[in-house]
Design a protein around this ligand. Structure first.
Ligand SMILES: C[S@@+](CC[C@H](N)C(=O)[O-])C[C@H]1O[C@@H](n2cnc3c(N)ncnc32)[C@H](O)[C@@H]1O
Length: 480
């Protein structure tokens, strides 16, 4: 389908209707679909292959997809097979994939890829920066959708070139399209495969499908400095062929100082959406680590006030550094708005220096007891944490959205707090391969001090959940 639209440069362009695919944190597909509806006005379909959504747009709305905060990676769909019949033998199945490449209708998707490159270039010119570089090698890309059992890319063909593709100095920059037209495009195929009924590996599929793509377009295979990334997603019988629109996952957008368990910004965004922040809400992350949740919050919900705290001084300095980096980025971008509505404090969550009933929302990523703290300590920490959060939270309207993988301990602690917290629902998510729960709680109308749950048992303290130094050295799967 095509129409006519006028872009920012007032050129007449054909507006195409295309399907956009997005990878999202597993478990937050519906949250992402909600965001797509809100920001783009499109109805997203949640894929059978968890962690992906699809929606249609006309290309005059293409720029809007880059404003989505729940998505990790974006791509334009070339073809979607809901029920692809793979042949039984490896040879036959791979031959079919080879024969697929020349019969696919690539034109619209490639047109969108070109438009997207122009958009990216315009944005980077606005920022006064050089255009984005080609994606670095990421054969073990930690940013690919989580828990995908088998991912591979087309192996580089001998003789494929590694010519620089960065633009020249400002003013001399040619458009991507012109560059692309001047010399053969470089490409790679990335295959993500899940399912136990395939006779081939993702490597086999990427290699053979990639070979056919190369032959059809006469493009050059280049694993590291490619212009086009062709995606081949195979999930049981669902096959999606696409072209990537993002060079690296959008989940790292705010963080420059990573901690051992830094949360992905896309997951933080999903948690914040569950909180339904309102104008002038006071929102607290009492165990902020490197500050992924409050930073995401203060950027997206700038009419609320955020307070981030942690008992670990290294975590606090990371949060402060991350906040300062965002402030500097804003200033460098010409923003004249004063700072960010966020404060940071070092505190013990069990004795928050905050007034009773003064907070609207508490949201945090609790120590799972694996990389951070211990399962044993959680039995003390979780009840104390729920009690102190109930004290500072506004009765009746307050809410808490809490992430933990230690579901048993959390559920037990919550069951003892019935007078203070009511569970609304749980969203099950994948955090770096771990099955975790995001618990959405509502503060009951009971005043703190008037229920039996408020009474702190003498032996229950709030032991510091310090990170052991060995753990400090490793970057957690949460951030990777
Ligand atoms: C899972 S991490 C949070 C990671 C964070 N979301 C991020 O993006 O970096 C849990 C945090 O809880 C903090 N913590 C543990 N016990 C605490 C306590 N009693 N008071 C305050 N913070 C605590 C730890 O220092 C750690 O930074």
């Amino acid at each position: 389908m095509a129409g006519v639209c006028v872009d920012e440069g007032h050129e007449l362009l054909q507006s195409l209707t295309v399907t956009i695919g997005a990878t999202v944190p597993t478990g937050f597909e519906h949250t992402a679909a909600e965001e797509v509806q809100e920001k783009i006005g499109a109805t997203a379909r949640v894929s059978k292959d968890r962690g992906r959504i699809y929606f249609e747009i006309t290309t005059d709305h293409l720029h809007k997809v880059h404003h989505l905060k729940s998505v990790d990676n974006l791509f334009v769909v070339v073809k979607h097979y809901d029920n692809y019949q793979f042949k039984e033998t490896k040879e036959e199945a791979l031959l079919d994939l080879q024969q697929l490449a020349p019969v696919l209708t690539w034109n619209n998707a490639l047109e969108v890829w070109k438009m997207n490159n122009s958009l990216k270039k315009k944005r980077s010119r606005k920022r006064g920066a050089a255009a984005p570089k080609a994606k670095p090698s990421n054969a073990t890309d930690p940013e690919k959708p989580q828990a995908e059992p088998d991912a591979s890319e087309l192996k580089e063909k001998p003789g494929s070139s590694c010519t620089e593709q960065e633009p020249g100095p400002e003013g001399e920059q040619e458009s991507d399209i012109q560059e692309a037209e001047a010399k053969p495009l470089k490409f790679r195929v990335t295959c993500n495969r899940a399912g136990d009924k395939h006779s081939f590996t993702s490597n086999d599929a990427a290699r053979d499908f990639g070979g056919a793509v190369q032959e059809f377009f006469q493009w050059k295979a280049d694993m590291t400095r490619f212009d086009v990334e062709v995606l081949l997603n195979i999930h049981n019988n669902e096959v999606v062929i696409g072209i990537a629109l993002t060079e690296e996952s959008l989940h790292r957008r705010n963080i420059t100082h990573f901690g051992p368990t830094t949360l992905r910004s896309t997951l933080a965004y999903g948690m914040l959406r569950l909180c339904k922040p309102q104008i002038s809400d006071i929102i607290v992350d009492p165990m902020c680590g490197s500050g992924a949740i409050p930073l995401e919050g203060v950027i997206e919900w700038s009419n609320s006030f955020f307070i981030s705290g942690d008992n670990n001084d290294m975590a606090i300095s990371r949060t402060v550094n991350n906040i300062n980096y965002i402030i500097k980025k804003k200033q460098d971008g010409g923003s004249t708005s004063p700072g960010l509505s966020i404060d940071t404090a070092q505190w013990d969550l069990c004795h928050l220096p905050l007034r009773t009933s003064s907070v609207d929302i508490l949201t945090t990523d609790m120590p799972f007891g694996k990389r951070m703290g211990s399962r044993k300590k959680n039995w003390d920490l979780y009840p104390s944490c729920l009690r102190e959060m109930a004290r500072v939270c506004r009765p009746g309207t307050g809410r808490a959205v809490l992430l933990t993988q230690d579901k048993k301990c959390f559920t037990k602690a919550l069951s003892r707090m019935g007078g203070l917290w009511r569970k609304s629902h749980t969203v099950w998510v994948n955090v770096g391969g771990l099955h975790a729960g995001v618990f959405v709680l509502r503060r009951t109308a009971a005043l703190f001090g008037s229920t039996p749950e408020d009474v702190r048992e003498p032996h229950i303290g709030c032991e510091s959940q310090e990170i052991n130094m060995e753990e400090e050295k490793v970057q957690s799967a949460r951030s990777e």
